[in-house]
Design a binder for this molecule. Structure first.
Ligand code: KG4
Ligand code: ZN
Length: 342
């Protein structure tokens, strides 16, 4: 019998039904993009209220589309960490309610591990361990040494802004709106990525797998509005806008690829598995593919809809069920990242 997975870590309300053989029978994602667009980023309280409104219809739709009866669900899986506390609590409460009402086991899972598990869903035969994992999203930028679906050690990652957060802020500075990643990617299409030489902090430092994106964001800010310029300076337009977007995107992608290369060298792994919303970015995908081909390693790049937040990746809960694990009904959410795991 399949399981129901629920995902509400940030601003997507998602539910999916996944069989034991990891077949995704349905996957429903209700995005809150339009709600948060006027604030150019996710507002936590607004996000939790929107989850409350959507969670029941989203779960109903996932079950209905899967063709599986409510009583034929074997377990309820839910993302317990990391994320926004109010958002996580909505998914957790819904999962507990269903677990109690239908007397089914409750299984919590880690959102970061689930992003990498999307590679297993996308390509079950090529996913193997150990491998290097890259999770690049709105909340995280982490390089991991992954030894099994559930075990991984953090090798490095951002020391300040997450890469997706940098895209979102850059987009806002350029007057392109939220979410920033897709908007920057579109604007960059017609731009020259060499027009502005933006900083790539730490990218050349071979002693660390850490990265930094806040200096890049500040450099863009100074191009858009130099120090001392009026607060109402209009955002750039035309070729300048496209060049700024393309140069920003290139610097962010170069930074990540440099550290991915170092992580692969240091671990000796021959597989790179990636996940998270930013890995939907075409330049990042093409750059990782070019690097992997040159280095002679395998690359697993899930399709974009499995990169951004979704509940299908909650299929990772099967790994715990198969180990005989389940969680108590007083399972708690863990909003913060484990120290140093950003
Ligand atoms: O994984 P995700 O859906 O949610 C989090 O766990 O954070 O990632 C969302 C982030 C946002 O910052 C969004 O701007 C970014 O992923 N993103 C992209 C693209 N699509 C989404 N960034 C760059 N290029 C894209 N095409
Ligand atoms: Zn995510």
């Amino acid at each position: 019998m399949p399981l129901l997975a629920i995902e509400t870590t940030c601003d997507e309300t998602a539910a999916a039904v996944v069989s034991r053989s990891r077949e995704v029978l349905s996957s429903v994602v209700a995005s809150q993009e339009q709600i948060h667009a006027r604030w150019h980023g996710v507002v936590p309280e607004v996000a939790s209220r929107a989850h409350v409104e959507r969670i029941v219809p989203v779960i109903d739709e996932a079950i209905e589309r899967s063709g599986v009866g409510r009583r034929d669900l074997e377990a309820v899986a839910v993302a317990v960490r990391p994320g926004l506390v109010g958002s996580l609590l909505v998914g957790m409460s819904a999962a507990k309610m269903i677990a109690v009402a239908f007397d089914r086991p409750l299984i919590g899972y880690d959102h970061i591990a689930a992003h990498l598990y999307a590679c297993r869903l996308a390509d079950p035969h090529r996913m193997r361990y150990p491998c290097v994992g890259l999770v690049a999203s709105g909340g995280h930028t982490s390089l991991l040494h992954v030894t099994s679906p559930l075990t991984m050690e953090r090798l490095g990652g951002t020391i300040d802004d997450a890469i997706g957060e940098a895209f979102d802020k850059a987009s806002s500075l350029l007057g392109l709106g939220y979410p920033g990643g897709p908007a920057i990617e579109r604007a960059a299409l017609e731009g020259n990525p060499q027009a502005f030489r933006f900083p790539r902090p730490l990218a050349r430092d071979r002693t660390t797998l850490d990265m930094s994106f806040s200096g890049l964001k500040t450099a863009l800010r100074y191009q858009v509005r130099p120090p001392g310029a009026a607060a109402d300076t209009p955002p750039p337009v035309g070729a300048r806008l496209h060049d700024l977007a393309a140069s920003f995107q290139q610097a962010a992608v170069d930074t990540v690829v440099a550290k991915v290369r170092l992580a692969v060298e240091q671990t000796g792994c021959d597989l790179l598995a990636v996940g998270g919303g930013v890995t939907a970015n075409s330049l990042l995908r093409a750059s990782l593919a070019a690097y992997a081909a040159k280095a002679g390693i395998d690359l697993l790049l899930p399709p974009p809809e499995l990169c951004t937040d979704n509940a299908a990746m909650g299929a990772i809960a099967w790994e715990r069920i198969e180990r005989g694990e389940r969680d108590p009904l007083d399972l708690e959410v863990v909003p913060g990242l484990i120290r140093g795991s950003r």
